[in-house]
Design a protein around this ligand. Structure first.
Ligand SMILES: [Zn+2]
Length: 197
């Protein structure tokens, strides 16, 4: 182990997701030998993300103002709403270029083993949005794994009685995986081939 600041940095980096002790050490020494201007930029980016980024008050995507870029765009359809688990899923779907509606970010999926139930997700907020009557189709784009399927089933049961058409992305997505890991073409096709549930 090292002393002082370098060890503190290794410890902090090691707490990040996907960063093991060896990577933490390699990154810490990379930072130590990097140009001071580069390190300052990194430190500023870290500070700013906590200061400036918040959640869109309509869809709960990440935003730097009251509403996110997508909710502020008047060209996007109000009639189709796509439900995803996380902001990174919005990015994955946007990359396909297949979708011109709006999003609703749940903030996770139903997972009884981890104590995450419907009340821990932004489902109440979703129901409030649907209550306005503008949405004609709800696309359930939760992850193709057990939790994502459970969440989609739960939402379909709640939303169908409201007379809104409910669809789920077509198969072909890697089962058990994360939406964000699907390539653009596969995800784009799954979107086009979505089916009513
Ligand atoms: Zn938004």
């Amino acid at each position: 182990m090292y002393e002082g600041a370098i060890q503190d940095l290794i410890d902090e980096l090691g707490r990040l997701p996907g960063v093991g002790p060896k990577s933490a050490q390699r990154i810490a020494f990379h930072i130590l030998s990097a140009d001071p201007a580069d390190v300052t930029r990194l430190a500023t980016a870290l500070r700013k993300v906590k200061e400036l980024v918040r959640f869109c008050t309509s869809c709960y995507n990440v935003a730097e103002s009251e509403q996110c870029r997508i909710c502020r765009d008047p060209r996007r359809s109000e009639e189709v709403l796509c439900v995803v688990e996380e902001p990174k899923d919005v990015v994955a779907i946007e990359r396909t270029g297949e979708f011109r509606g709006r999003y609703h970010v749940l903030g996770g999926a139903i997972n009884p083993l981890e104590g995450i139930g419907p009340d821990n997700l932004r489902i109440r907020e979703l129901m409030a949005r649907l209550g306005s009557g503008e949405v004609k189709e709800l696309i359930l784009a939760t992850d193709p794994n057990t939790e994502g399927e459970a969440t989609a089933t739960y939402l379909a049961l709640m939303v169908k009685p409201m007379g809104i058409s409910v669809t789920r992305l077509a198969s072909g997505l890697p089962v058990g995986g994360d939406l964000e890991y699907a390539d653009e073409i596969t995800l784009g096709r799954a979107f086009e081939g979505r089916r009513a549930i």
